[in-house]
Design a protein around this ligand. Sequence first.
Ligand code: F3S
Length: 400
Amino acid sequence: MYLSKEDERILNGEVGHAAQKSMQILVALGDLFGADKLIPIKSVQVAGVSYHNLGDAGLDFLAELAKDGRVLVPTFLNPAGMDLVDWKKLKIPEDFAKKQQLVIDAFSKMGINTTCTCTPYLIGIEPKFGDHVAWAESSAVTYCNSVIGARTNREGGPSALAAAFVGKTPNYGLHLDDKRVPDVLVKVDAKLKNLSDWGTLGYAIGKRAPNKIPLIEGIAGKPPQDYLKTFCASVVTYGAQPLFHIKGVTPEAEQYDDPKEKITIGEAELKEAYDFLNDKDNSIDFVALGCPHASLDEIKEVAKLLKGKKIAPGIEMWVSCARPIKERAENLGYVNAIEEAGAVVAADTCMAVAPLKGRFKSVATTSAKGCFYCSGHNMMKTHIGPIEKCVKAAIDGKWS
Ligand code: F3S
């Protein structure tokens, strides 16, 4: 891979230890994937923020990097293991909270914006069409590539941080025109009425198009942003590349010919997805909304449905979101309505990265990606449905 004089100086350690380590990582990645050079990036999203996933070894690694590592481009974080302010409301143990705060302090010392979210595009961190960035969380990466038409590979924790310290990323994969060409045509022949329909559509396509870029047709009208964000989360979680194109909807879709390989997703395929994700046992003890992190509209809907109601005894309900969204929801009275019902608006965190293993047996959610992580990481039974159905389950104390 070609390195400029400045890149060479960084690699030789003339700019500091963290930058040198970072350049070593980027050069190794670039050589591995056949990149021709490093390209400048506009922003970075760092994953691997939850102390639950990092442990003490990860915390020590970050503290070491923070000694002289400073980011060169706007950088923000994926969700952490707790609400950084209201962690007690989420029943997070105090020792965990202390360690999580040390992780955030290390990132802050590096010059990182410590907003922890997987929906940066809802709070003003939105690249432009064609921008190169280095983002890490899979739903955000997929949204960035597909809906915005900016360009990013799905970075790992270390490679994203390395890109932030150098301000560049190796030029390979989804940064290149010829790697963004769809390889399977997906005809959607089903009515998509709500968030969970879009989540199950992502499941159905991801399972049938492993490691492929779908070109999707048959979507009527322009889907709301909330539907697209949940689709982004599930299609990549269940196997597709972090890029898709939808005819008439996403910015690059019209420039491609139809791929030869074709699949159809109809009502039967969506039902199969619902059957797989919905456990037959209807008992629940957790309702988790906001995966990907909730928009203000979603929180408004939850507040409306919960107003004057109470969550059933024995149920916990979280609505996860970015902190700036929680602040706006507080000002509009939505947080109060939700919390008076006994639920919590959990900023900075989510069901997948909070330390929940063993705490709940069975979750209700709108999110197919949420089902994947709740069952896989946290051993919960799962139930998926639209917002109204999840809120009803929280009030009734059971899925129906
Ligand atoms: Fe975001 Fe957590 Fe879901 S990172 S996409 S809310 S699993």
